[in-house]
Write a protein that binds this ligand. Sequence first.
Ligand code: SF4
Length: 336
Amino acid sequence: MLNIAIIGAGPAGIEAASILAGKHHITLFEKSEKTLSNIHDKALLFPDFSSAEDLAARLDAKLKNPNIELRLNTPIVKLEKKDNGWLLTDDKQQEYNFPYVLLATGYRVFDAHQKEELGYGIYKGVITSLELEKMIKEEHIVNVNGDKPKQITFLQCVGSRDEKSGNHYCSKVCCVTAVKQAIEIKKMLPDTDVYVFYMDLRMWGQGFEEMYRTAQEEYGVNFVRGRISEAASTYDNRVQIKAEDTLMGLPLNLNTDLLVLMVGMCASDGTKQLSQSAGIDGLYGFAQSKSEHLEDNMTAQEGLFVAGACKRPSSVNDTIQDARAAAVNMMNFIQE
Ligand code: SF4
């Protein structure tokens, strides 16, 4: 039995820990006071509208294994290769040695304050997809005045595919998340008009295209191919939007109760910091795997493995599958 460190108690870290714990002792480091923060932030998951809390409970149950030692409130701030393996240092300068490490430090969402022209943090009616998710979870979707919104407008690709913010990549999950949230709004508030402004919709997964059709045909969600260039506040706390319908080539001005910014996925601070100190930093601060085809859970550094959204934007499902692959990969490597 070997000692393995896993950094990050999100879906990737927990799933990999539960498999590796069949043969090895796992120390699972988590920077915050609880596991699975990014799952607890969600109400329902796409594409099956299953409960995020149920998934969190099932994942947490996997931690009841005597071979898994969970260390909450322990941010690892440095990861260094040494002759005998890896040296981890936490924020209190305590050091830990492990022969093998799995990095599963996940992502953070794009900080919408950077898009000043969209008014996030200035106008109360401009919110992020995460804040809308909280409203959906609490079944309390209201406008700034606390009333039922007449109209809700989504804007895709905020902080992704965007020259200005420096993130040229697609965040992969925000198109389907917007469609999911639009349906959830229409289920709760059938009289609220919902508009989604998109560059192009990337419905790549099984069941996603069907969700998109359902949103249009069953729930009457309006999809507009276009860009919103500017947002401002109206006298009655609504949001005034200047936009362009790029299919029709027409400028649009409209007022909405809530403008929802679909914020993309970025490398988390932990991912950036540890990838750099371990020498596996890749594009946009994400961790770089050895090869995306056959060695996507390995890195250029021996004994250091990667799983989930610390490598690139990834859905919850894909993250869990990737963690399983990482665990098998590590077991094979250790046996060799
Ligand atoms: S998934 Fe959709 S909204 Fe998100 S960055 Fe890609 S195209 Fe834009």
